[in-house]
Design a protein around this ligand. Sequence first.
Ligand code: NDP
Ligand code: KPL
Length: 320
Amino acid sequence: MRVVVYGLGAIGGSVAALLARSGVEVVAIARGAMLEAVRADGLWLKAPGLEVVEHLACVGHPAEIDWRADDMVLLCMKTQHTPGALEDLRAAGVTDQPLFCLQNGVTNEDLALRLFPNVHGVTVMMPATYLHPGKVVCNGAPKFGVFDLGRYPRGADAADQALAMVLDGAGMAGFVREDVMASKYGKLLVNLGNILEASLGRGADFGDLSARMKDEAEAVLRAAGIRVERRGDADPAKRALMNGTEVAGEARPGGSSAQSLLRGAGSIETDWLNGEIVRLGRLHGVPVPVNAAMQAMGARLVREGLHPGALTLEAVAAGL
Ligand SMILES: NC(=O)C1=CN([C@@H]2O[C@H](COP(=O)(O)OP(=O)(O)OC[C@H]3O[C@@H](n4cnc5c(N)ncnc54)[C@H](OP(=O)(O)O)[C@@H]3O)[C@@H](O)[C@H]2O)C=CC1
Ligand SMILES: CC(C)(CO)C(=O)C(=O)O
């Protein structure tokens, strides 16, 4: 089995380095300064109790890979970059190899299923950071990350078991689930707060905005008849497996959306996080003013090139 990690950033970089370090055959697909840095100097990963440089096989495009039947692909880009990545995979000759979406939100699996038959969802519980080319930091401990995984839209198969096994062997923990999307909807509720960190900054006072966004989302998901499983619902002991932990000398600047702003990435994932609640609210006739305002805020942050903490709670609340 070979693991192709597509999108070498915070999550892809951490998972690729940990798998490679454990002896799994890994090929990464990266772009831009990350690609150049990894090709020149390898991929540096710092995590609780760990600092390594992995000299990974790293290409700039799926077409540079000689695809094999025993490949599995881990999609690790932000949702806004998934459609282009999927098209490039198809053009490169990928057909029915398993595609795992190690991504937040609940949209990627459906995008993938339009083009590929063998799609799997993964709930990613792994706080990780990518700010500088060639360098990633993972803050998970005692397991570096915990992942629920299963076939999309439901079920589980040998590929899920195989991925769970290699994750376990690399200091992470994989749990095979028959209904992985329920877990992904549970994680979506958490990720509604990404935009608050991105706009107000890590540790800022969010007032009652988190609670209001969640209340809207719960009402929407109920109206849509969507099953939601929160972290630890199925197995409370799982919560103890991974907690956000300081890594000496590496302050965590904020979640994945805040990092997009800090890197000047030019886009943010809010349309697929808060925007998913907005979409479902509009479909099911449930008012979603707070999530809609936060979605608009995400677009504004990118348009104006703002950094996390650039806005005050008063300014954000005024947008409601
Ligand atoms: N970071 C975290 O703590 C967590 C993140 N997640 C989720 O995991 C997913 C990935 O997030 P994260 O790792 O933070 O994102 P990053 O932006 O750190 O990494 C994604 C990487 O993929 C690259 N990429 C995108 N499209 C392509 C492409 N077509 N070819 C090659 N490379 C490509 C990006 O390049 P470029 O920079 O040029 O766009 C970037 O380097 C998201 O859905 C996120 O919400 C889930 C849990 C925690
Ligand atoms: C839960 C959280 C905030 C962990 O970092 C995350 O999923 C993200 O950064 O997108």
